[in-house]
Design a protein around this ligand. Structure first.
Ligand code: SIN
Length: 381
């Protein structure tokens, strides 16, 4: 925890909320000097090496989804957080653009569900990418109305998370994307979780002023399976807390390509994203990657080259935005959803309407502000 932030916390109070506000603050800007940066291995006293299983994923299988050989990954644990694994960008050079395009062009398509579906007709949200092309590909000084892509805040995949009831259900399911299933399976296998079955995904789309409220991901019915997180585009501060709101969270940077696995004792910890930050070298790193496409000509590769035309749109979008993908296994082996909706698992401290703090399009922001003040945490909205 940042010393400045730590000094503000008194015992017994909602330490997470205080530190969330500390990092979210714009004026004066917070001190980021104690934020853990795994890409630089700092501070070294909190970071421990994580043990991976390089034999779990062959180099060829990994390369098909754009991953380096597991033996070359830089994977870390955090002192005091057993089961938490941070993998510092294990993607092959040139493979991120293809994942960025999936997040912007492919996954928002039907039958997947997105925030825009909540107040637009299916025909209006049918082709978010196509309808946003003009606005995002033309360099324009003057302020244009926001494109649908810029209004996108979340997309759900597989078992679609119901934000109101905080449940998944058997009758709201569409096929989970095979490419993302395969990436998730390889990453979790390397982390010691063979047989992970990606069943639900939530993509969060962050603008530079977005944040994500304090929450625990506990709606899945089997918590013995890890929670997996990938991110692309701008950087963020991620806060990882404890099982209680009084536990002060640890802050860490998440940069494009980084991955996290929350498992074991870290699976049900409070976490949040208080802030989006510019990527360390501007967009240069990802821009360069597009110029050096990953060698993906092998059979079954999901890392296909991104056309110049598509990349113009992707790169304009991620110059100011971040996309995070969390992947979850909802059911354990042989497990089924409870029979009646009323007996479905409910969450106490889980995600609520406030989860997407600073995330809504203008209409829903207005609606929310009418009913409650701006809140930092998912619990209280
Ligand atoms: C993140 O955006 O890094 C976290 C997403 C989540 O907790 O759901």
């Amino acid at each position: 925890m940042a010393k400045m932030a730590a000094a503000m916390v008194e015992s017994g109070e909602d330490a997470f909320r205080k530190i969330f506000k500390f990092y979210k603050r714009r004026n004066p800007p917070p001190d980021f000097s104690d934020v853990i940066d795994f890409s630089r291995g700092l501070p070294s006293d909190k970071i421990v090496p994580a043990k991976l299983d390089p034999s779990a994923v062959s180099d060829v299988e990994g390369a098909r989804v754009g991953l380096r050989p597991v033996r070359d990954w830089r994977a870390f644990g955090l002192q005091g957080f057993p089961g938490f694994i941070f993998i510092s960008n294990p993607f092959l050079l040139g493979s991120q653009p293809s994942w960025v395009r999936r997040c912007l062009k492919t996954y928002p398509q039907k039958p997947n569900v997105c925030n825009l579906d909540m107040h637009m007709s299916p025909s209006e949200t049918q082709d978010i990418w196509g309808k946003s092309l003009r606005g995002l590909s033309s360099p324009s000084g003057k302020r244009e109305p926001k494109t649908l892509l810029e209004k996108l805040r979340w997309v759900t995949l597989g078992y679609h998370y119901n934000w109101d009831t905080k449940t998944y259900s058997a009758d709201h399911h569409t096929p989970f994307p095979e490419d993302l299933h395969s990436l998730s399976e390889h990453v979790t296998a390397a982390c010691g979780f063979p047989g992970f079955n990606a069943e639900a995904g939530i993509l969060n789309y962050y603008r530079s002023d977005s944040s994500l409220g304090i929450h625990v991901d506990e709606s899945e019915l089997d918590h013995s399976r890890p929670l997996l997180s990938f991110c692309f585009g701008q950087s963020s501060i991620f806060l990882l807390g404890g099982t209680r709101r009084q536990d002060p969270p640890t802050a860490m940077f998440m940069h494009s390509g980084d991955m996290m696995v929350m498992s074991g004792e870290s699976r049900l910890l409070y976490h949040a994203v208080p802030r989006i930050l510019p990527a360390p070298e501007g967009q240069a790193a990802l821009e360069t990657e597009h110029c050096s496409p990953a060698s993906s000509n092998q059979d079954g590769s999901v890392v296909e080259p991104v056309s110049e035309e598509d990349w113009v749109v992707c790169s304009r979008y991620i110059q100011s935005s971040r996309v995070n993908v969390t992947v979850r296994q909802v059911l354990g082996p042989g497990q089924r959803f409870p029979e009646t909706p009323s007996s479905q698992q409910r969450t106490g401290a889980g995600q609520t309407a406030g989860y997407h703090e600073g995330h809504e399009d203008q209409d829903s922001v207005k609606r929310k502000r009418r009913s409650s003040c701006d809140s930092d945490d998912a619990d209280e909205t």
